[in-house]
Design a protein around this ligand. Sequence first.
Ligand SMILES: [Zn+2]
Length: 365
Amino acid sequence: MNCCIECFVDPEVKSIISSSKTIGNCDFCHKQDVPVLDIDMDSIALTDLVNLFDGLLDVYTESTNLPDNYPRHKINMLKNILHDDWYIFNCDADTIHRLLVGICKERYESEPNLFNFPVGIVELSQEDYLNQFSIMRTYDWEDFLAEIKTQNRFHTDMFNTKVMDQFFEPMRKTLKKGSVFYRARICTNEKGFSPNEMGPPLAGVATAGRANSEGISRLYLADSIETTLHEIRAAAYDYVTVGTFCLHEDIEIVNFTMIDKISPFFGIDFTQQAINLKHLRRIGLEISKPLRRHDSPLDYLPSQYICDYIKSQGYDGVEYASTMYPVGFNLAVFNKAKLECVDAVVYDVQSLSYTYKRLSRPHGS
Ligand SMILES: [Zn+2]
């Protein structure tokens, strides 16, 4: 039986399959003439693949062997965990099951229950382990939110920064000198703004944003003119000046679009990564969540806290998905001097298109 590179999204697994240098048809996703690996024939590539998955499977314990106090809502079938929580496979849960059974044949013979019954992570019930290795220690995101909103804003111990540090490395991205980004400002007439008026608000008067507390100035940019027009929520018949910003030097940023796609084979301890997947996903949502007009400035606190911490670790900024224009991304740069506005062009917004969904009728009607 052949599996192929199209069955997976994980770069490490894809590279192992490609190393077998065989083109053929896949027996799992049925793609044709693609790089494949025969999982019934001994090879170095197959051994490498089995070793990768063996390490990951060691994280999980069949539910009947979990401690009595193990939270039952935290058990699930292995195929569902691999489908829902990890970014490894490019197929449905049942195909994942067939792939795993095919690749990890010996493991399946010795521990069939691991594949066929719900599993959990023993360490999730161990307070000491969580205190040491979980980003949220023994707390939930909601506890952290309440803490920095209402109790302790600057010195909370709930967020385990030492653990978070190791996840920044696989999200690190270098933006090259000469790269171009865009920033838009709505203007009152078609004369618009000059390039030297396109920078961020000055420190001291900047209002709070996703990546900055009130008074701290950050340069918010987008990858394209379309993204920046969506991000400032330009209305019909607005005049908008779009500034083109060019990077003076290479900068290192944390790319939050990768936060739920970190390979389990990057080199982080499997169990430490597994127990933090839920927290990482929540942080990713928090950084890129759409901001509504009537949101309280306190709602920005978690992402401001994380962005300030990233700055303290020497990074130059953060990248996150645009919720206003899903194919685009945004950038918050901590030091505006790393870029220069080299051009500014005025646009006239001709029309908008709205996408919406029906929720409910107001109460009482
Ligand atoms: Zn395939």
